[in-house]
Write a protein that binds this ligand. Structure first.
Ligand code: GTP
Ligand code: MG
Length: 147
């Protein structure tokens, strides 16, 4: 079973889209194992976006993700890293297809509503950046055999 770090970005929180974004992940059959509304610190933001350090948009990325609260989550499911990124849609909103979260709700690329880990390595690193081990809840969903 794979885990991923998903985060409704400040634009999604301000626009009142937390519930609808979570609904899409629940509809697909994934299981939330942790979730909280937090203000990301600058240090946390820089660690989160370390792969983009040095790029010209790095400062604006850190500024954006710290500009208001985010809803940070850990989700679980088979192949969830690839599948949740499909549900999210392409980073560039001009390429994000209708039916995806970004395709349906996002108009401009930096404000693309949701973050999702892109590999098992980044998932482990990102979860550790935002959650303590005890915040992750271990439980079974009775519907999982039917998914
Ligand atoms: P995240 O889930 O947010 O990590 O998106 P991603 O994995 O689809 O994209 P990536 O990690 O490559 O980029 C992280 C974020 O940086 C994106 O969500 C965009 O908001 C922003 N970003 C990426 N590329 C560019 C760019 O060329 N210009 C600007 N202004 N922002 C960018
Ligand atoms: Mg990324």
């Amino acid at each position: 079973m794979e885990r991923t770090f998903l985060m409704v970005k400040p634009d999604g929180v301000q626009r009142g889209l937390i519930g609808r974004i979570i609904a899409r992940l629940e509809d697909k059959g994934f299981k939330m194992v942790a979730g909280k509304l937090i203000q990301v610190s600058e240090e946390q933001a820089k660690r989160h976006y370390a792969e983009h350090e040095g790029k010209d948009f790095f400062d604006s990325l850190v500024g954006f993700i710290t500009s208001g609260p985010v809803f940070a989550m850990v989700w679980e499911g088979d192949d969830i890293i690839a599948l949740s990124r499909m549900l999210m849609g392409k980073t560039n909103v001009k390429e994000a297809l209708p039916g995806t979260i970004r395709g349906d709700f996002a108009l401009h690329t930096p404000h693309n509503l949701i973050h999702g880990s892109d590999s098992p390595e980044s998932s482990a690193r990102e979860i550790a950046n935002f959650f303590e081990a005890h915040e992750l809840v271990d439980y079974d969903k009775s519907l999982s055999p039917w998914m």
